[in-house]
Design a protein around this ligand. Structure first.
Ligand code: BGC
Length: 680
C-alpha cells in the first residue's frame, strides 16, 4: 500500500468515512482503491466475536472461544511469561476467526475495589499492570494481531462512566493512572482506546491534553486512537484531539467531519494525519491469513495459566493440601457452576467450562451439597441446612463461595465488599459444625471475610477462566503448589480506604483526592493494617531470603546499582516464589508513598535449591513527577532498598544514597506552580 499516493487519490468524503467505523466492529473498505476493512473484537481474556447476525453494539451471542482467566487472576501470577502466552493463545483464535485487533488489555488502575469492572484490569500498582499488560501485548502482537490498550484514562468506576469527570492532580495522573499504559506503549500496541469519562473537565475522546500532549507527544505513541464504543461526543473536536477512529460507525459523524472540513474547522492535514495512521494499521494487519486452530489447545493453556495464578491466603496447621483419603464435604453451588468470568463486553461464549465438582480427583472421598442458590443474595434455608448437615460428618469441608454477576460486572459498581448473604451464611454454618473449614473464593475483586479467623484455609481462585477448576483441584490436592500473590490490597474495613467518600458518588466531578496514595501506597504510608496486603500469598513450601547485596552504596546519576538477593527453598516441595523489590522513599523535598514496588521476578526452586535473584536500579526507579517544573525528577538523598514478602512484611533492607548532580532547583519556582489541574 502506497499510503501517500492513496492520500492523493482519496476524496474528502472517503477520508472522513475511514475515520468512522463501517459498522459495530469494522473499519470501512474502499474497494475502488483496494483498501480492505479490518475487524476489531472484544477481549481481553478471550475472543468475543459476535455472530455475523449480531452486528450490533448490544452484547449478543458470540462464537465459541476459550475463556482464559480474567486479568485480575493472571496479574496474581506475577508472571509476565504467562501473560505473554495468553496473548499468543488468544491471537491464534483471532487469526482463526479473521479478527485483526483484539480490544484488550484493560490497563486501568484499580482505584477502589468497589469498581464493578476490576476483574478486567490487572492491579492497583502501575508496575505490575504495566509489565503484565506489556507482556500480553507482546504475545498477541507476536502473531501480528493488534492489541488495544483500554481505557485511556482515569476510568476507575462504572457508575456514570459516560458522564462522570475524573479530576486528578498531575502526580496521580502521571505516576499512577497513565504509568502502566506508558510501559505497555513500549510494545507498540496497534490501538489505544479512550475512555468514556471526562478527564479534568474534558471528555477523554476530545481531550487534546490527554490524547495529543500526553499520549502522543509525551509518551510518543504513533498508532491509532479509537474511541470506546459510543464515547465520541463531538466528532470534529475528537479529531482535533487526534482521536483517529470513532466506533461504532455513524453516517452522521462522517457528515459532521465533512462539514467541519468545509467550514475550515478541521484542516485536511488533520484529516490526513488520522487517515495515515488508520491506513498503516489496515496495511499491517490485512495480510493476516485465516489459520486452523483447535480450541482444546487453548483450554489446556488456560488451565496452565490458572495454575500459576491461584492465591493461597491462609493455611493453618497445613490443612492443605488434602489427602485423597480425607472425607470431604464440598459445599456451595459455585463448586458445580463455576463463576469463571465477569459480566459485560468481555463475556466469552466458552468452549468447555470445568467445575470443581467434576474435577475433584476420581479417588477423592467427596460428597456435595448446594448450600445456596445463584439468584439474588443466594439465601435458601433448606439448602443451607442440608449443606450444614453434610459438613457435620466430614473430615474437612471445602466451602466454595463468591460473587455472582449480580454483584459485580461492567456497567455498575459494588456498594459494599460483602459476600452475598447466602454465601456468607454457608461459611458460618460450616464453621459452626466443623473445625476444618477451607474456603474457596470465586471473586473478581476483594471481599470482606468476617469469618477469617474461624476457618483453617482460604484459597482465592479469583475468576479462573473456563479451565481453572482443574487447576484449583490440583492446588487443593497438592499436585500444584500455589504461587499467586495478590496484585491488590484486600482492605480490612471499607471506611479506611483512601477514596472513601470520594468514589462513584454522582454524575459530576469525582475527585481523586488521595492523589498518588492508591492501594498499598496509602495503607503502607498511613500504617493501616489490611485484611491481606498487596503482594501477599502463601506456598506449600518455604523460602528463605539472605544476602541482600548492593554493588555500591551510592547511586550516582546517571548510573546503575546492581542488587542481588539469595533465595532458598527450605521446604520439601517444588515451589515458585515472587521476589519483590521495593524502595522506601526519601521524602526530604516532596511527599511520596512510604514504599513502592519497583521490580519483581518469579522464580522456581526445587526443595533445597537456591538461586541468586538480580535486579538493576537506575534513576528511573527513584523518579516522581514534580508539578512545579513539570518534569519527572529524582531527589538526591537517602533511600532504602527493600526485599519484601508483601507490602506489609519486610524481609531484608539495605541503605542506598542517590546523588543526582543534575538535580533541578525548583524550590524557587514553587510559588509559581500552575493550578493542579492538567487541563480544563
Ligand atoms: C467497553 C469496551 C469494549 C466496547 C466494545 C464498551 O462498552 O467499555 O471495553 O471494548 O464496549 O464492546
Amino acid at each position: 500500500m502506497d499510503i501517500e499516493k492513496l492520500l492523493g487519490e482519496l476524496t474528502i468524503s472517503e477520508k472522513c468515512a475511514l475515520l468512522v467505523g463501517a459498522d459495530a466492529w469494522h473499519t470501512i473498505a474502499i474497494p475502488r482503491l483496494g483498501i480492505p476493512s479490518i475487524m476489531m473484537a472484544d477481549g481481553p481474556h478471550g475472543l468475543r466475536k459476535q455472530l455475523e447476525s449480531g452486528n450490533s453494539i448490544e452484547i449478543q451471542e458470540s462464537y465459541q472461544a476459550v475463556c482464559f482467566p480474567a486479568e485480575v487472576t493472571v496479574a496474581s501470577s506475577f508472571d509476565p511469561e504467562l501473560a505473554f502466552q495468553m496473548g499468543e493463545g488468544i491471537a491464534k483464535e483471532c487469526l482463526n476467526k479473521d479478527v485483526q485487533v483484539l480490544l484488550g488489555p484493560g490497563m486501568n488502575i484499580k482505584r477502589s475495589p468497589l469498581c464493578g469492572r476490576n476483574f478486567e484490569y490487572y492491579s492497583e500498582d502501575p508496575v505490575v499492570s504495566g509489565e503484565m499488560g506489556a507482556a500480553f501485548v507482546r504475545g498477541l502482537q507476536s502473531k501480528n494481531v493488534g492489541a488495544c490498550l483500554k481505557h485511556f484514562a482515569l476510568n476507575s468506576q462504572e457508575s456514570y462512566r459516560m458522564i462522570s469527570d475524573s479530576v486528578a492532580d498531575e502526580r496521580a495522573f502521571l505516576e499512577i493512572y497513565t504509568q502502566a499504559f506508558r510501559r505497555a506503549l513500549q510494545e507498540n500496541p496497534a490501538m489505544v482506546m479512550c475512555s468514556y469519562n471526562k478527564v479534568n473537565g474534558v471528555y477523554a475522546s476530545e481531550n487534546p491534553v490527554l490524547l495529543d500532549d500526553v499520549l502522543r507527544k509525551k509518551f510518543g505513541y504513533q498508532g491509532v486512537v479509537v474511541s470506546d464504543w459510543t464515547a465520541v461526543n463531538r466528532r470534529p473536536k475528537a479529531l482535533k484531539a487526534t482521536l483517529d477512529l470513532e466506533m461504532p460507525g455513524y453516517v452522521y459523524s462522517v457528515h459532521q467531519l465533512e462539514k467541519a472540513v468545509r467550514h475550515g474547522i478541521v484542516s485536511v492535514e488533520e484529516i490526513d494525519a488520522s487517515v495515515r495512521r488508520i491506513l498503516a494499521l489496515v496495511e499491517s494487519k490485512s495480510a493476516n491469513r485465516i489459520e486452523d486452530f483447535d480450541l482444546a489447545d487453548n483450554h489446556a493453556l488456560a488451565r496452565r495459566i490458572a495454575e500459576g495464578s491461584i492465591v493461597l491466603l491462609k493455611n493453618d496447621e497445613q490443612i492443605l493440601p488434602l489427602a485423597p483419603t480425607d472425607k470431604v464435604a464440598l459445599i456451595g453451588r459455585l463448586a458445580r457452576e463455576t463463576r469463571y468470568q465477569g459480566g459485560g463486553s468481555s463475556h466469552i461464549n466458552p468452549f468447555q467450562v470445568d467445575s470443581l465438582l467434576d474435577r475433584m480427583p476420581p479417588e477423592a472421598d467427596c460428597q456435595y451439597a448446594e448450600g445456596y442458590t445463584l439468584q439474588g443474595d443466594g439465601w435458601d434455608e433448606k439448602l443451607l441446612a442440608e449443606a450444614q448437615a453434610l459438613a457435620t460428618g466430614a473430615d474437612k469441608v471445602i466451602v466454595v463461595v463468591g460473587l455472582t454477576d449480580e454483584y459485580e460486572s461492567e456497567g455498575y459498581d459494588r456498594r459494599h465488599l460483602n459476600l452475598p448473604r447466602g454465601h456468607q451464611a454457608l461459611v458460618e454454618a460450616a464453621c459452626a459444625v466443623n473445625a476444618n473449614v477451607i474456603v474457596v473464593l470465586q471473586i473478581g475483586s476483594p471481599v470482606l471475610m468476617p469469618w477469617k479467623d474461624d476457618v483453617k484455609a482460604i484459597v482465592n481462585a479469583y475468576l479462573l477462566g473456563e479451565a481453572g477448576a482443574g487447576a484449583l483441584a490440583d492446588v487443593l490436592y497438592g499436585k500444584v503448589n500455589p504461587s499467586g500473590r495478590l496484585a491488590e490490597t484486600f482492605p480490612a474495613h471499607l471506611e479506611e480506604a483512601p477514596w472513601w467518600g470520594h468514589y462513584a458518588l454522582g454524575n459530576g466531578e469525582v475527585h481523586y483526592q488521595e492523589s498518588v496514595y492508591v492501594g498499598y501506597r496509602y495503607y503502607s504510608s498511613a500504617k493501616i493494617p489490611t485484611l491481606f496486603p498487596f503482594g501477599y500469598g502463601l506456598s506449600y513450601t518455604r523460602f528463605e531470603y539472605s544476602d541482600l547485596t548492593l554493588d555500591r552504596d551510592i547511586l550516582r546519576v546517571p548510573g546503575a546499582v546492581s542488587v542481588s538477593v539469595r533465595v532458598r527453598n527450605t521446604g520439601d516441595r517444588f515451589g515458585k516464589e515472587v521476589v519483590q523489590l521495593y524502595i522506601e522513599n526519601n521524602q526530604d523535598r516532596q511527599f511520596k508513598p512510604a514504599i513502592e514496588l519497583k521490580q519483581f521476578k518469579k522464580i522456581a526452586l526445587a526443595p533445597g535449591e537456591e538461586t541468586i535473584v538480580r535486579f538493576q536500579l537506575t534513576e528511573a526507579d527513584f523518579q516522581y513527577f514534580e508539578p512545579a517544573i513539570k518534569m519527572f525528577v529524582s531527589d538526591s538523598g537517602d533511600y532504602t532498598v527493600q526485599i519484601r514478602k508483601d507490602a506489609e512484611t519486610l524481609l531484608l533492607s539495605a541503605p542506598l544514597r542517590l546523588e543526582n548532580p543534575g538535580q533541578k532547583d525548583y524550590a524557587m519556582n514553587f510559588m509559581k506552580a500552575e493550578s493542579y489541574r492538567i487541563c480544563g
